[in-house]
Design a protein around this ligand. Structure first.
Ligand code: HEC
Ligand code: HEC
Ligand SMILES: [Cu+2]
Length: 490
């Protein structure tokens, strides 16, 4: 210690601090993309103003106190002529009253506008006025990504929140696992996302722009890589975005890799990732589907060479996961940390840990734990090619082109993970091979096998393996097409 804090070491330390100061203060630069000083909406603006008000009061207090201190040090310092202690006084009634009362007034001056603003912002984003037509959003935090639901609109997305400008957005914050925090510095201060409790906050954007947001509460290994984007649009563009999210992707043409990738996806990815919430019924069932996945995940207790397991030793291979509907129109993925390109998707699927250490996909997806299921390089390329086709197709009007129901049925079969358990030939996979189905079952029996699999259980197979929710996630029209397709399997 002696050596470390010698006067010359102290001097060097001070010099180091001075040299580092610009780097430290750079964090306060108003131009930063997450700077609270560069507010972009009324909520953040009011919060910034109250901060600046308190800041300037603090500056005045600082200057007054330091000035008194420096004055006293200089004016009353000991000189050579002083050989005795100065007059000792105990207490100065007037001074003591003054420095007790002054802080009380300062605190009142700070508390009144602060508390008023807290109550005001609870009601609405502008002057405490209750907004007439706020946009309702549910934001649900997961380890380590964000789910965004537009209640009543049948739209759900992940990691990219789209909002209209100049309109109040009422965000209900929830969490599916641990405590997270929702923070878009340019739009509003942060608020915790707590499991089992809904916190509500308003945001509002002044201009069409993209704002960076992030989780601001330590929530586990990949917390630092849990980000999101808020994209604000002119009102018409926002409605167009909502509509586009409800349109099916265009059929894949002239892209054999993507067609193959769709089957690989159905077999290896669709258990955790929804990709069809453009169908209203699927969107309405999505939250429940996610909670179902999460229920399985919450049974996880141990980990060994084979993977993560329940108390009974069953492998856990499900968890709520980002909705990939129209993934290809997003700018980033893996919760806002990497640009969305085909190359980066290949990197992600090859080893998600290379991009985001700690993510649950790597730990739980069977393709990384069961050597028999490992994907080939070609399959990974096909998956990426397929994911890049996931974007809204042409407007409904243009899409009224007649589709062959058998073709549509084949799509429904591939898109719903049926092919993960059923071959279209005679082979038994997890469920029976479906060739010759029409010879053994009527259309109504097939319908019942799909919508209520427990009702008639095929001999030689266990009940309760085929998911029971297809009746709610496949629309009536799609179901008819699916049955027509299954009847063609010879
Ligand atoms: C066990 C469940 C599970 C399976 C199976 C699974 N994933 Fe994931 N996936 C996740 C989770 C959880 C995340 C979120 C990771 C994060 O950001 O922390 C994710 C993230 C992603 C993302 C980024 C999405 C976004 O919005 O940021 C893509 C793309 C993706 N997975 C593709 C796939 C593909 C392709 C497959 C099949 C080969 C697959 N996943 C299989 C759980 C799974
Ligand atoms: C997780 C695996 C799994 C998935 C996914 C799955 N099934 Fe099944 N399916 C089974 C099992 C197991 C059986 C046999 C037990 C039974 O009848 O419930 C079965 C039975 C059937 C039968 C009756 C077969 C017969 O020979 O009589 C039909 C038809 C069927 N499934 C269609 C579908 C369709 C269509 C889908 C996709 C929408 C689908 N299944 C998704 C596992 C699955
Ligand atoms: Cu978090």
């Amino acid at each position: 210690m002696q050596i470390l804090w010698s006067p010359s070491a102290l001097k060097r330390f001070a010099l180091l601090l001075i040299l580092l100061a610009p780097a430290i203060f750079a964090a306060c630069a108003p131009g930063g993309s997450q700077s609270t000083f560069d507010s972009a909406g009324p909520v953040a603006e009011d919060q910034k103003n109250i901060f600046l008000f308190i800041f300037w009061i603090a500056v005045i207090v600082f200057v007054v106190v330091e000035a008194a201190l420096i004055y006293s040090i200089l004016r009353f310092r000991q000189t050579r002529a002083d050989s005795e202690l100065p007059n000792q006084t105990h207490g100065n009634f007037k001074l003591e009253i003054a420095w007790t009362i002054a802080p009380v007034f300062i605190l009142i001056a700070i508390a009144v506008p602060t508390v008023t603003l807290i109550f005001d912002q609870d009601k609405g984003p502008v002057d405490g006025r209750v907004p007439e037509n706020p946009l309702e959003i549910n934001a649900i935090a997961h380890q380590w990504w964000f789910e965004f639901e537009y209640p009543g609109q049948d739209v759900i997305t992940a990691n990219e929140l789209h909002i209209p400008i100049d309109r109040a957005v009422r965000v209900s914050l929830e969490s599916d696992d641990v405590i997270h925090s929702f923070w878009v510095p340019k739009l509003a201060g942060k608020l915790d996302m707590v499991p089992g409790q809904t916190n509500v906050m308003f945001i509002q954007a002044d201009s069409a722009d993209t704002f960076l947001g992030q989780c601001a509460e330590f929530c586990g290994e990949a917390h630092a890589k849990m980000r999101f984007r808020v994209v604000s649009h002119e009102p018409d563009d926002f409605e167009a975005w909502l509509d586009s999210m409800r349109r099916a992707p265009a059929p894949i043409v002239d892209n054999p890799a993507a067609v193959a990738g769709r089957t690989v996806f159905a077999q290896n990815c669709s258990s955790c990732h929804s990709s069809r919430t453009y169908v209203p019924e699927v969107a309405q069932a999505e939250r429940e589907t996610q909670l179902g996945r999460q229920t399985i995940f919450k049974k996880a207790v141990t980990r060994d060479d084979e993977g993560i397991k329940t108390r009974d030793g069953d492998i856990v291979n499900l968890i709520s996961a980002p909705n990939l509907t129209h993934l290809a129109v997003r700018r980033t993925f893996a919760a806002g940390i990497i640009e969305l390109t085909e190359e980066n998707l290949i990197k992600w699927i090859s080893n998600p840990d290379d991009i985001k250490q700690g993510n649950w996909m790597k730990d739980l997806a069977p393709i990384y734990n069961d050597p028999a299921l490992e994907l080939s390089g070609e399959e990974i390329n096909q998956l990426a090619a397929y994911l890049m086709t996931l974007k809204p197709g042409p407007e409904q009007a243009a899409a009224v082109v007649e589709v062959d129901p058998v073709d549509q049925g084949r799509e429904v079969f591939l898109n719903n993970g049926c092919s993960g358990c059923h071959s279209t030939g005679g082979d038994r996979v997890i469920g029976p091979g479906l060739s010759g189905l029409s010879a053994r079952s009527s259309a109504d029996e097939i319908r019942q096998s799909i919508t209520d699999p427990g009702a008639i259980v095929t001999t030689g197979f266990d009940d309760g393996i085929m998911p029971g929710n297809f009746g709610s996630v496949i629309s009536v029209q799609e179901l008819n097409a699916l049955i027509q397709y299954l009847q063609t399997l010879e």
